[in-house]
Design a protein around this ligand. Sequence first.
Ligand SMILES: Nc1ncnc2c1ncn2[C@@H]1O[C@H](COP(=O)(O)OP(=O)(O)OP(=O)(O)O)[C@@H](O)[C@H]1O
Ligand SMILES: [Mg+2]
Length: 432
Amino acid sequence: MIRRLLLKNFKVYTNQEFFLEEGSTAIVGPNGSGKTSILEAIEFGLFRRVTRKEKKVPSLEDLINHRGKKAIVELDFIAPINRREYTVVRQIHPGKKSAETTADLFLKGEKKPEVSGPTPVDDQIVELLGMDRHAFSALTYVRQGEIDRLSRLSPRERRSDLYSMMGLGIYDTLSSKVQKDLRKTTKEIGSLEETKQHLEEINKHLPSREEVTNASKALQKIVSTTGNSSDIQKIQSLIERIQTSIETIETQLTSAELSGRPEELKRESEIAKHLRDLLDTIPDVAENQLRPHIRSEARTLFREIFGDRYSDLVIDDDYDISLYDLQGNKVSLMAASGGEDVCVNFSLRVAVNTALQKYSVSGPPPGILILDEPGAGLDEQRRRWLPDAIAGLDIVKQVIVVTHMQELKGSTAHVISLQPQGKGRQPIVELQ
Ligand SMILES: Nc1ncnc2c1ncn2[C@@H]1O[C@H](COP(=O)(O)OP(=O)(O)OP(=O)(O)O)[C@@H](O)[C@H]1O
Ligand SMILES: [Mg+2]
């Protein structure tokens, strides 16, 4: 859950603090007043990037206020994994080629950061939230104009998005990480074995220690009868060099690196293989457990909204979605209207959130839902339903809704109202 947001020179905000509460909060204000910017700051604070509709990623430099030198986002959040409160502080400043960022993560109130640097902070936040930015996009943050995204995807893509929503994408990421490590280990074993073979090959062609000692003795005999000469000295130094080479190769061949390491690596890679197989099966098992709950939650919700037009919403095993009209005729999602689409999506997202909250399989759910203009495309009758639906989202700990809709104001526990102040000035923020 998000507790506090401090923005300095982040887009239109030159210096503004927001306190966010448990329950539902509406962010209201006219076009261009800075509503979406607040959500983008949350995304940036957590994941170091901002994604817009259709996965467009604006350059981070665009996030710095036109009149400022650097942007600062400070975000307090409670980690679902341990219920502790953290503060993440990120800055954006123009770099040589593109914008550069700094990042620090503190336990709330501590002076010394727990983790510093963009990548370590990114990794730590993913761990604390139990979700990466894909899961955040799929489950938590419904961007402006993206509410009908789920129905525009192919069933396969939809399945993968729903996997992300269930927090199962993390297993895919882990599995690929293990696979990558496995490839590295196999390569290392290969190169160690190659070195060993190479050394053994050289060793084969070198004379044995005994042969070298004999040659050395024979040379001494010659010296004792014919005396020393420059030729003999050359031969002597050659014999010494051969002796050193033999010793070096023997030491290398018996070193721990070459004699024990390949075996150790082989054992490690066996364990990694088992781990990878396990990680690959977890999502299927988890998804199988969740699927019936998601189906029934989505169907109940959809019938509540569209009960006057449709009798059912059915999600099959391939995540193909069908609607049934009052006469029981199947209506493909393709044929549904824009408003109906919005409701199917809303139902599905809420269903996944609810099912996760009740029957979470992969750790505590994030417990937060962010909706940017969920009512876009709904007619008046459906709009009337939306406030109730949002007010009924109490299973999710924190709901943040951005809206123009006056109707929504009364249905959330808190309201942040933005009044634009004209070009280059940050809006006046009012809490209600
Ligand atoms: N780097 C920047 N510096 C200053 N202002 C900026 C910067 N980038 C964007 N803006 C302005 O911030 C304003 C707020 O944009 P935002 O997307 O948050 O509006 P919104 O309230 O969501 O509007 P809508 O209702 O149209 O979706 C816009 O007017 C935009 O021009
Ligand atoms: Mg907006």
